[in-house]
Design a protein around this ligand. Structure first.
Ligand code: SF4
Length: 266
């Protein structure tokens, strides 16, 4: 798939071009335009295979509507934060309450949230962290760690986001691990990761991007004619503790950060 974003005509070439209307639009071209505008999802056409969905998702920009909405989304989260009793929720979230602030650990680094929803940290604040962190705190349901690992697709709402998750998270991390064999070891050292032997992988490591949000990265290195394989698993509690959009945002941000770290070795 080309690195340039797909336009409606490019996308149309991959559609059945039968204008059957099953996507509730009058034509395949209208469907292609709807996809590029972010108003339709690829899976609304029943004739696009999962493989093709994943390929096409690589050529699509994240929905253009998401960016402007992000600021409003954070505003809403900050409003909710003002109504939360930190002392009461801290133990439920695996956090602590200190000087009227909520202290949450993300991969070994402490983040402090004040009652206005403002974030500060002992390290540089990365913009993509804020929305998932505030979402985690304001989520109305919460579950402790279960020890059951599931795939992204098995998370609630995961099927809808699978294409983007594969193209923006799993595949780029697989390529990074192929090109920089030391990277996964560095991630363990830098982010309080833990190696685990319990999986059939060359490297299996767990990370805690949030206290009750463990992820497991399993990497199989390439061998002769066999391509490498990388899968990110989630504890079953992750889908309860964070909305799927925030899970995607968190993972995509992590991969961008790992990409920057890998460049330090060049
Ligand atoms: S459902 Fe698929 S094939 Fe039918 S009109 Fe929509 S895009 Fe075209």
């Amino acid at each position: 798939m080309s690195k340039n974003p797909l336009n409606p005509l490019d996308l149309y070439k991959h559609l059945p071009q039968t204008n059957c209307g099953r996507c509730l639009l009058p034509s395949c071209l209208a469907f292609a335009a709807g996809i590029v505008a972010g108003n339709k999802k690829l899976q609304e056409c029943p004739f696009i295979s999962i493989e093709l969905q994943e390929q096409l998702a690589e050529g699509l920009q994240p929905r253009s509507k998401l960016e402007p909405n992000q600021a409003q989304f954070i505003d809403r989260l900050e409003e909710k934060i003002r109504t939360i009793d930190f002392a009461q929720v801290a133990p439920v979230l695996g956090a602590t309450c200190r000087d009227s602030q909520l202290v949450i650990s993300s991969m070994g680094k402490d983040f402090y949230i004040d009652q206005q929803g403002q974030l500060r940290s002992e390290c540089h604040i990365i913009p993509w962290v804020k929305a998932p962190l505030l979402s985690y705190v304001t989520n109305t349901t919460h579950q402790g760690i279960t020890g059951d690992w599931i795939t992204f697709r098995e998370l609630k709402g995961g099927i809808d986001w699978q294409g983007l998750f594969t193209s923006r998270c799993e595949r780029p991390l697989q390529q990074l691990a192929d090109e920089h064999p030391e990277l996964l070891g560095d991630i363990i050292d830098l982010f309080m990761g833990r190696k685990t032997e319990a999986f059939d992988a060359d490297i299996a490591l767990t990370l805690h991007p949030l206290p009750h949000f463990p992820i497991l990265i399993c990497y199989q290195a390439p061998e002769e004619d066999l391509e490498s394989k990388l899968t990110i698993f989630f504890d079953a509690c992750c889908g309860v503790n964070l909305h799927i959009k925030s899970i995607y945002t968190l993972c995509a941000g992590l991969i961008q950060m790992f990409d920057k770290i890998s460049k330090l070795h060049i």
